[in-house]
Design a protein around this ligand. Sequence first.
Ligand code: SF4
Length: 373
Amino acid sequence: MTNANARSAANSLRAQLVESNPPDLAQEFIAQLDAYYAHPSSSFYIGKLERRFYKQKVRHLAWKPYPEDGLVTFGASGTDMCDRQIFFKNSETKPEKSADEPFRGRQRRQGTAIIDFVQLDLIHMPARLGESAEFTIAEDWSTYEDDDGEEYRVKEWVFEDAAQQRKVFERNGVQFAITAKPDGILDYKGQKLIFEYKTKATGLVAMNGKLDFKGADSSHLRQVTAESLIFGINEGIILYESTEKPSWFSDEENKSVPKTRKTWADGSPKPDLRAFHFKITEKMQEDLLNDLAEQARLVYEETLPKMTIEMTGKCAFCAFKGHCKSQLTAEEKTMLIEAEQRYATSNLAGKYDHKNLREYLSGLDLEEASEDE
Ligand code: SF4
């Protein structure tokens, strides 16, 4: 499947999601979180629960390689990568390591730290809220060996490493694997739900604007579709949290805050948490499996996927930019340059897609393309 087709498939997935989503589950979940964070004891942890939480983390501090079965393995959170990135990732190509903007390192660390506390908070909710905590982290038994080789069983909360699973699939004659470690499996009145959590650092107003306009991110929907295939759970919640919080007191009357930056409206703080309830259909799973099978096939056949304009929308976190640009054919370079020129003279000039393409072309030897022609 081309990236263009993948994008339209993602849009149609979103449409299915919106139609099939009763809004109440997400609202109920937010109501539970709000009740917890408003609780006077939410800043204090219960020693017994906290110790069990960290002991579980320590048990999983170990290197766990995939089985050596030679199969292309997709991480659930990486199922929205461009075809070329998957190709490089599964070839001998070494990821490019370069220094990043320091604040990005701090931002990544912030996201990693917050999810730990969201999980710790979720396991405290039954203790703090009693029976009104209807969403709890599921628990299951795990087996370990002690230092003397004796097996022992221990109950663990089903999130992160304790939840990790890898499953092999076959589509169109191609075998591949998907691995996932979700942010949690929730128990809701006896029903299991997949839980994914994402921080947003774009600011409160920008986060709400984007989620109102577009809903849950298409790459996050691909991730939970992959997880539904592994865990056999077709429903769940994606929770977004803005790392910017509303002003401590209302800023509505504060003249030094521009209208577009106000974090309160109509006497209430704007939401810093947003939840989306999703339901995964068989078609969504089939579409994803077909896409992944095609990407895996190109890896096994050692065929570098052709460059497309749409791929440039996925470059932001790619560690293979140099390799990708160095392996463009003269035709591909010409195609990209011509597309950029069309963008520059259209009403899309300077917009998202044009910016991505220009960013990709930056540093590329454009002279070489015209000489090759
Ligand atoms: S640089 Fe962009 S187009 Fe190239 S492999 Fe990475 S994501 Fe794909």
